[in-house]
Design a protein. Sequence first.
Length: 197
Amino acid sequence: MIVLAACLSAAALWISGSHSAPRIESWQQRRPREPPAWWGRISNALRRSDIAPDVLAAELELYLACVRAGLVPQQAVATVAGCASSGSKQAWTRTATMLDLGIAAQQAWAPLASLQGLEEVTTVAHASARTGASMEPGLSSIAQQLRAGAKAHATATAERAGVLIALPLTLCFLPAFFTLGLAPVLLALASEILNNH
């Protein structure tokens, strides 16, 4: 049996014309494939949204607490950069560096605006630099929005979990209801109707 299978596979190779050994390329000869364009959009979206809104709100509130305690904005940003989460640490560090160098507020706060949820920070910083007003109300408002968004997201996730938990029960109980509850009634009714005629 094995000999027959080997003969058939050899004949198939000979007939197809591919009786020469297949050419194997080494990994160095292969040119790396570029990922499709849609992959870049997805990876950028995932990269932007990997920081929880609660974490960003806590970092903004820490900055506000530092400013209320008497630190100048450069020192407050550097303090937050020292204990920021891994996802936002680079943005806080770049902002602290630019503020230390004396770069304009709108440009200095731009790295934080690249984080999802903190897009309005540059607007608040620009308005503060232009008018001399404190950034505290604007940043406090952004932190409250982040907290509210996180709460709404958590509520939606919990509601979705409730639906997903009920789905298997529906898939199990609905057929059982038809089989044990509805089918006997319909069969009894049908047999009674057919027997009367």
